[in-house]
Design a protein around this ligand. Structure first.
Ligand code: S3P
Length: 177
């Protein structure tokens, strides 16, 4: 895309089930860039799963590790980075993303019921990662509401993903760049 100009990395944000990992991998492939999934990176770095990190010392501990991982990933170039759904809830994380030069942030948007259904389907896949924040659907929806404005403000582009395959969403993103 012609307008990529001084964009050196693309950050994908949005709630669980938005398609950050699937769309991110495909977008990176079509740009000839690398792809990094923040949750996966964190699991590799700590040699623990996301639920283990939550269980061991609680969510605040997970968030500290997540912030540390975010700092190092924001130094990468020619890379599409998929955040965790909760990464933008932390104020310093939002500042880090906003202040990393050459970062284009895209919000992958969909209504809560669509996201919830996608997560339930994804959980049926063998090897699917558990999502501790999704355990209580009522709490999950309240966090969805809390985060919506944060995602929107953080991103330069908001891309709807409802009624679209991940490949169609990638095409739509590339057309908007
Ligand atoms: C979380 C989302 C997950 C993961 C962790 C917490 C959240 O990432 O970081 O389970 O608070 O919404 P995905 O959005 O990639 O599932």
């Amino acid at each position: 895309p012609a307008s990529l100009g001084n964009v050196r990395r693309i950050v994908l944000t949005g709630f669980m089930g938005a398609g950050k990992s699937t769309i991110g991998r495909e977008l990176a492939a079509r740009l000839g860039w690398k792809f990094l999934d923040l949750d996966h990176h964190l699991e590799q770095r700590t040699q623990a799963t996301i639920p283990e990190l939550f269980e061991r010392h609680g969510e605040p501990h997970f968030r500290r590790l997540e912030s540390a991982a975010l700092v190092s990933t924001l130094a990468l170039t020619d890379t599409v980075i998929a955040l965790g759904g909760g990464t933008p809830e932390i104020h310093t994380n939002r500042l880090l993303i906003e202040q990393a030069p050459g970062t284009l942030t895209i919000f992958l948007d969909a209504p809560f019921p669509v996201l919830f259904d996608r997560c339930v389907l994804q959980a049926l896949n063998p090897g699917a990662t558990d999502r501790p924040v999704l355990k209580d659907p009522v709490l999950a929806e309240s966090r969805f509401r809390l985060r919506q404005p944060l995602y929107r403000r953080l991103a330069r582009l908001t891309q709807p993903t409802e009624d679209q395959t991940p490949a169609e969403t990638v095409t739509a993103i590339l057309e908007r760049l």
